[in-house]
Design a protein around this ligand. Structure first.
Ligand code: NAP
Length: 556
């Protein structure tokens, strides 16, 4: 019997060093790690000890005997990885990460943002030095996209917050929530109170499509929709028109799949999750029967991961539809698929699309329909969305990869709701360098760089604002470790300036600037109240979705 890593793998690689026979791949040191969809266990080497199960923060690992039917295929998926990448012994010595020397005293770090990248960085700092970490967030709640981004029907992914909660019980870390950097405290003031400031505020806005009609009522960004159904206070009072029968999603990444599921699954299923009550009410009244997902490239280049695409097959009452004509591959894609060295995850993506293309819609079911090789050219309507005009694309190989080029074939879809799911985008913060073209803070391994490419003393980044909006929650662990490595090295080598003011001075300043600051006790009170309400309703939690209610709960 062997253990199997399944759909909700978060790629944080906590399991890798725990395996006594070193049979989990790829490891963070391997080239494949940067692009892998998930980690895999070699079934021939696994000794069935279960050490990885205990290490996994999102409960993604199961014994092959305990796999639910919906996860059964992951046994083959794990094994296939090792056919392509046979397990080789790793003789690299395990080097424990260095700690900052004690004689240097307490390292003070402000972390801006309290999402997964910030939290992994804080956890790493707590392990690597005598530190005082101040964790800032403009919301009264921590954990960023774990709370406001992960789809409510993926509760396992949210359990990573438990790992952070247990690491953050020490006073060495203080929550400074409901404090906005740039409004309540400036970058310069943060630097004055700390050796280093680490920005991990993510990518909070969306990319634009750049087509006429994008601003019409009924054309919304998926990022807003996601924030709305997850109860983000900035979006709680938004209203979306779900009265039409068809919604169109542009883009086919994992966010598009999250939104497509939320729009089509039985609301009674969502009622058992932590979805915001206002979203549940609206979805119960929704008339949407069909969600069409438009991908600008082909089924081999789709941005979703094969595991999330596979999971759609198990949605009750929802048919997944693919037009077989969309699966005809251009010669280059065909060659890629037939290459004996093809990545198993890529092959699976195509195999699944083929399987879905054999489905026919069942009466009474809702549908998620995938169209490939199409790009919207215009969204039209009289004051609100009525039609999406699109063009069929052809694939062209370029130096940077395979890109879509419009052909002269066009089409259109009637709809009253368009969700633009073409990726997140980072925003600039006052006094911090920013690369407008990429929407990230320029950096080298997490050290922020100025316009001349020189490191800015004491300023660091991690997460999406460092590398762009790619990767799953756990990808931020290795990313944040790299940044913290550099921060600790700079502290050890005397490259950081000692703070002019201490934690007490910071607390006094914040009390004056933001009397409604929420600390650990306040967050605990919110968390407890939400969980208590959830328990009564048979749900993990019932979220407060307005700032007012959150602050009232924080005051207990
Ligand atoms: P994404 O994976 O980058 O997907 C963006 C999609 O938008 C792609 O299909 C892209 O097509 C398309 N696109 C971009 N510009 C376009 C344009 N002008 N016209 C038409 N299509 C366009 O982004 P995401 O879905 O927002 O996800 C962000 C990250 O979060 C990803 O790494 C994702 O895996 C992760 N995430 C994971 C989960 C999960 O594990 N369950 C859930 C949500 C998000 P091209 O591929 O052709 O560029």
């Amino acid at each position: 019997m062997a253990y199997v890593i399944t759909q909700r793998c978060c790629n944080d690689a906590s399991c890798v060093p725990e395996c006594p026979v070193d049979c989990i791949r790829p490891t963070p040191e391997q080239r494949e790690f940067a692009t892998t969809e998930q980690l895999y266990i070699d079934p021939d080497t696994c000794i069935d000890c279960g050490a990885c199960v205990d290490a996994c923060p999102v409960d993604a690992i199961f014994s092959e005997d305990d796999l639910l039917a919906s996860l059964a295929r992951f046994q083959d998926i794990n094994a296939a990885y090792f056919v392509r990448h046979p397990l080789e012994s790793n003789f690299e010595p395990l080097v424990p990460p260095s700690r900052a020397p004690k004689e240097l005293g307490t390292l003070r770090v402000a972390i801006v943002g309290a999402g997964p990248a910030a939290s992994y960085a804080a956890e790493e700092l707590l392990r690597r030095a005598d530190v005082e970490v101040e964790l800032f967030d403009r919301l009264p709640t921590p954990y960023g996209l774990v709370r406001a981004g992960v789809a409510p029907d993926h509760p396992g992914t949210k359990s990573v917050a438990t790992l952070f909660e247990s690491a953050f019980r020490r006073d060495a870390l203080q929550f400074r929530l409901n404090v906005e950097v740039g409004k309540h405290i400036s970058h310069e003031e943060l630097l004055r109170h700390h050796h280093a400031v680490l920005y991990a505020h993510g990518a909070s806005t969306d990319r634009r499509l750049g087509v006429p009609g994008e601003e019409l009522s009924g054309s919304i960004s998926a990022t807003e929709f996601v924030a709305w159904y997850n109860g983000h206070p900035d979006f709680a009072d938004r209203e979306f028109d779900l009265s039409g029968e068809r919604a169109v999603i542009v883009g086919n990444g994992n966010v598009a799949l999250d939104v497509a599921r939320v729009l089509t699954v039985d609301p009674d299923v969502l009622a058992k999750t932590d979805i915001a009550d206002h979203a549940l009410d609206a979805l119960r009244r929704s008339n949407i029967q069909e969600v069409v997902v438009l991908g600008r490239r082909g089924p081999l280049q789709a941005a979703y991961t094969s595991s999330e695409f596979l999971a759609l097959a198990h949605l009750k009452g929802v048919d997944i539809i693919v037009d077989p004509a969309d699966l005809e591959l251009d010669p280059a894609s065909r060659a890629e698929l037939e290459d004996p060295d093809v990545e198993p995850s890529l092959k699976l993506k195509y195999t699944l699309a083929q399987e879905y293309s054999a489905n026919t819609p069942k009466p009474g079911n809702k549908r998620i329909v995938f169209h490939y090789l199409v790009s919207p050219t215009e969204i039209t309507g009289d004051g609100k969305v009525e039609t999406v005009e699109y063009v069929h694309n052809e694939l062209v190989k370029e130096e940077g990869g395979t890109v879509a080029r419009p052909s002269d074939r066009t089409g259109s879809l009637e709809t009253s709701l368009v969700l633009r799911s073409v990726g997140y985008r980072g925003t600039a913060l006052a006094d911090v360098p920013f690369d407008e073209s990429r929407g990230v803070v320029p950096n080298a391994g997490g050290r922020v760089l100025d316009a001349d490419g020189n490191p800015v003393q004491g300023v660091y980044v991690s997460g999406w604002i460092k590398r762009g909006p790619r990767g799953v929650i756990g990808s931020n662990r290795v990313d944040s470790q790299e940044t913290v490595d550099h921060l600790i090295a700079d502290f050890t080598n005397g490259k950081l300036v000692a703070p002019q003011a201490d934690r007490q001075a910071l607390a006094a300043l914040l009390a004056e600037r933001q009397p409604d600051m929420v600390g650990r006790e306040g967050w605990k009170a919110i968390d407890q109240a939400e969980r208590t309400a959830g328990k009564a309703a048979g749900r993990p939690r019932v979220k407060f979705t307005s700032l007012e209610d959150l602050l009232k709960a924080a005051k207990g």
